[in-house]
Design a protein around this ligand. Structure first.
Ligand code: ZN
Length: 213
């Protein structure tokens, strides 16, 4: 048996802790904690469970992955801060006119330049696939939360827009994002194609391939 954290060989098969790095070796417990965190819909409680799991199982890929995808959601205290939503900074691409050039640069740097992405990707065994999964999840959530559920896309003078109208408006927003993604100097070259694919896939997932929901 090898330790899942430091990968050194452990001779004592009944060991409860790795003798080298002290990681607990009870896979049942870690799986149980993760399942509880996955089921939790209250983001504050979800975050607490994951932080508890991180303390108990340091350097565990599954725990670190969940914390990365959660971003700063569920953080307690402090004032309302959109940066807590990990995919919110993509708004710099959708509505560039609402932010100054400096704000846009800061938003996109916090999203694409987040050092946690590389750190957790390196633990994954396949960093390329991991980045694809990460940006895919962020693109999907952005389309779902900030495009589909935005009031201006959903309502007109208080009346609910038709599904076709909502989709049309969201498609226009997405096209604008893609255009800015391709041209903005604040987006690293290496992530342009990856993020474009993530947004397109997210759109197809939210609205259905043929536009039906
Ligand atoms: Zn170890």
């Amino acid at each position: 048996m090898n330790c899942p954290a430091c990968s050194r060989a452990i001779i004592d098969t009944g060991a409860r802790f790795c003798p080298y790095c002290a990681r607990p070796l009870d896979p049942g417990e870690s799986a149980e904690m993760l399942a509880r965190a996955d089921r939790e819909t209250d983001l504050t409680k979800k975050r607490e469970l994951l932080l508890e799991a991180r303390e108990r199982f340091p350097d565990d890929f599954e725990v670190e992955k969940r914390l990365l995808f959660l971003g700063r959601l569920g953080e307690k205290g402090g004032k309302v801060d959109f940066y807590r939503i990990p995919y919110w900074p993509l708004m710099a691409l959708e509505r560039p006119g609402e932010f100054s050039a400096r704000e846009r640069a800061q938003m996109l740097d916090s999203f694409f330049g987040n050092p946690e992405i590389g750190r957790v990707a390196a633990m994954s065994g396949d960093p390329e696939a991991f980045e694809k999964e990460y940006f895919g999840a962020m693109g999907f959530r952005y389309v779902e939360v900030f495009l589909k559920e935005s009031n201006s896309n959903k309502y007109f003078l208080g009346f609910r827009r038709s599904e076709r109208d909502v989709r049309c408006r969201c498609r226009e927003s997405l096209d604008r994002m893609v255009k800015n993604l391709r041209t903005s100097a604040d987006v690293p070259e290496t992530y342009r194609a990856l993020m474009e694919e993530a947004l397109e896939k997210g759109f197809a997932r939210v609205f259905g391939q043929n536009g039906e929901q």
